[in-house]
Design a protein around this ligand. Sequence first.
Ligand code: HEC
Length: 497
Amino acid sequence: MRFTRLFTGPAKKAWAVFDDRTGLGQVLSHQLSHPVPNTTGWVGWSYAIGSAVLVAFILQVVTGVVLATAYVPSTEDAYDSLMYITDQATLGSFLRGLHNYGAWAMIIFIGLHVIQTYLVGAYKFPREANWLSGAVLLLLTLVLAFTGQLLRWDQTAYWSTYVLAAQVERTPIIGDRLADLALAGDTVGGATLTRFYAIHVFFVPALVFMFIGFHLWLVLHTGVSEPPQAGRPVDPKTYRAWYQKYLERNGVPFWPDAAWRDVVLGVGMVAAVAALAIIVGPPELENPPDPTVLQAYPRPDWYFLWIFAALAVVPPALEDLVILGAPAIFGALLVFLPFFANKGERSPKRRPWAIAIVMIAVIMVGTLYVAGERAPWSPYVDQPQLPVEVVAAPEKRALVAQGAQFYYQKGCQACHRMGNWGGLYGPNLTNVHERLSHEQIVISIINGRGGGMPAYAGNLTQQQVNAIVAFLEAEKVQRGEGEPPRDAGEVGAQAED
Ligand code: HEC
């Protein structure tokens, strides 16, 4: 591609001088016209998915930088500053929408990109490093999505961070430190928000820039993989020479012969994101996090929902294994794949297990996603809050109210039900004082219980334990008294609407 053709008159002259002094035009035109395999139809489109991820990332950087001019990363102001951005700032709501659906797009397209490159064996020789740097980019994208969620600083954001941190804590040996490092302390608070903010806007994006640069360099260096053909295995000894010849025969310049699809897909994606931002709008901010509010509804954004569902459906005995094992196995597979399978057939027709693995993964995530959507273990959203007045006698209210706070701060409701709120993983604690003596309750909390109840000894002061126990022992008079308790199935049905 000759850039001079884009200009006429004085602009052409100016460009010529600029190019002469900087040499940028030549470099660019050389890269843009590098030969790529000639592809058509849906195969051609599949080659544009990677560019779409890049476009989504750029969109995130641009919208993120603008949002950062008004967002205040402090517990007092984060929520209000987002309300301000949404309701008052010029185009603020649109920007939040762009950033939100841009994140969706980035996750969807990076997922598709991984599936597509895996299916056609693009990770094989000599593109192993492309795959590995892509695996890093996948991880970084997930970290961005997760940390971004907390910045909303509303109930959902707060509690889902809590629950995931509790999972991280289970990593053997370093779990506590890891959770400490992530949360900047042992609870989700102001320091956590600052830390997540720094990770979300400085640290991870800088790494993403680096790795995208590396990833793109590798694409130029090794050349885009040719569409695979059954019966044409990759042999590292002959592949490069063969690929050169292949390009001489079948190559077309990247711009414009192949790149028009990248442009169309990228522009289409941005248009879809903008349409969603305008029509559907940014995610509604729920109430700011407040430990005394009982209807905490710890559900992450959809792209993490299936992980939550997985955590909830595995039997407690296997939980540690699944929580730690599954990501470890998945990560190891991603990393080791190009080391032990970098030769041989690339065509999915000769690699039926590759198709099977993708199908199993998609079905599994899909099923868990649906399960997460109707989660009977999630608390029911529209319940009124239990005011302290109805749960305790006047002289005990202060202690009970404190206890309620600690109960939520320490994440008890993630596993336990109180009234109709909270998780179903542990036993319902509504009337626990009718089953257990005062001492038994205290000991359960401090020492934990074998069946998955963590020991809180190091995590609660005596005063906090007293308050929590007072809260647990308080007589709970619920609004809507006389209603039979909901069973799990019924709650599940309600959670759907
Ligand atoms: C990770 C999930 C989880 C968290 C968080 C959790 N628990 Fe538990 N808890 C359990 C499980 C599971 C059991 C049942 C253990 C067993 O099989 O005996 C249990 C049992 C109990 C019991 C005994 C109840 C009974 O009927 O036997 C009490 C009391 C209790 N938890 C209080 C708390 C308090 C208070 C907190 C917060 C400080 C808390 N739990 C946090 C999972 C959890």
